[in-house]
Design a protein around this ligand. Structure first.
Ligand code: C2E
Ligand code: MG
Ligand code: MG
Length: 328
């Protein structure tokens, strides 16, 4: 057996009780583990702040789920062919009593370290299916839209995911064909054999499956071929750097061609300019999503753009790109 040690060191010159000193050393030890193990780290104030912040987020989030303080905002996904909305991506926010709307980047990574992500994900699934089913009933004269829901790697490995998806669909009455689950490359490739079964079963339920943030993680091409995906979302880092002659243009072109030859549709994320839209259309990208059309907006605001854009297309409407609600 080879044993390695991670060491946390705290100094007592700042005063405080022996318990504080031990607790600080403990915090530094966890930091040493998180930063690669087999090393030592000294405790500092920033470490304490991070720990307190994490703790506050974790306990606050648990309460927020119970008290229904999470909200979903919806960002339209638009077809490059006719510039019409085909669906919305549901993106969670935390409506904090003191801090206002907290973006997911601040709490999802913390939720992902415990079972909190399972509770949060279950709520997101239920709420987004409920909302989309309601829109389907309300706007029954227009073709139904799809709702995209992000699923984290921990959820994907959780044995209850299938039940949760089934429950969300049954409760809401949403047709499974209008639910798309987004998973990142890394969360699949990390344990591909295990997730393959789950993904196959989801596919058998007729739920759509999409690869999120494609190009930022690592993918095994043989798995890409075997996994039952319908769509691949090109990460916005490639879209941002799209300009004639750049590497991103070549990479994006290659991704679109590869996806199409695997019979996958392609969504480009983070489209902010007309120029990017034109290039993506030329490359044959099927859908786009980004601030050029709309930021993620609250559910109350979505219906106002829903039937109109469906009828006229977004960009061909005379108005400038959609009025948007800023995230607080
Ligand atoms: P994502 O799934 O890749 O979602 C797209 C993110 O890009 C969203 O950020 C969206 O607001 C942002 N975005 C869209 N268009 C543009 C653009 O044109 N320019 C720029 N700069 N950004 C754009 P958001 O809402 O902050 O979400 C961040 C990430 O948090 C998401 O990335 C997703 O990974 C995660 N997330 C959000 N909601 C959920 C959820 O319900 N469950 C889980 N597991 N993760 C979620
Ligand atoms: Mg996503
Ligand atoms: Mg993404």
């Amino acid at each position: 057996m080879f044993v390695s040690a991670s060491i946390g060191i705290a100094l007592s010159y700042a005063g405080g009780s022996p318990e504080d000193l031990l607790s600080n050393a403990d915090t530094a030890m966890y930091s040493a583990k998180a930063n690669g193990k087999g090393r030592f780290e000294f405790f500092d104030e920033a470490m304490r702040e991070r720990t307190v912040n994490r703790f506050e987020i974790e306990t606050g989030l648990r309460k927020a789920i119970d008290e229904r303080r999470l909200v979903l905002h919806y960002q339209p996904i638009i077809s490059t062919v006719d510039e019409r909305i085909c669906g919305f991506e549901a993106l969670v926010r935390w409506n904090h009593p003191e801090r206002g709307m907290i973006p997911p980047g601040e709490f999802i990574p913390i939720a992902e370290e415990s079972d909190l992500i399972i509770l949060l994900g279950r709520w997101v699934l239920r709420e987004s299916c409920r909302q989309m089913a309601e829109w389907h009933r309300r706007f029954s004269s227009v073709p139904p839209l799809t709702v995209n829901v992000n699923v984290s790697s921990r959820q994907l490995c959780d044995s209850h995911l299938l039940e949760d998806v089934e429950a969300a669909l049954t409760e809401s009455g949403l047709d499974p064909a209008f639910l798309a689950l987004e998973v990142t490359e890394s969360s699949i490739m990390g344990n591909a054999e295990q997730t393959l079964g789950t993904l196959d079963r989801l596919r058998a339920m007729n739920v759509r499956l999409e690869i999120d943030d494609f190009g930022t993680g690592y993918s095994s091409l043989s798995y890409l071929q075997r996994l039952p995906f319908d769509t691949l979302k090109i990460d916005r880092s490639f879209v941002r750097d799209l300009s004639a002659g750049s590497d991103s243009l070549d990479i994006t072109k290659a991704i679109v061609e590869m996806a199409h030859s695997l019979r996958l549709e392609v969504i480009a994320e983070g489209v902010e300019t007309e120029d990017q839209l034109c290039q993506l259309r030329e490359l044959g990208c099927n859908y786009v999503q980004g601030f050029l059309f709309s930021k993620p907006i609250p559910s109350e605001a979505a219906p106002s753009l829903y039937p109109k854009t469906r009828e006229y297309g977004l960009l061909s409407a005379e108005s400038a790109p959609l009025a948007v609600c800023e995230l607080g």
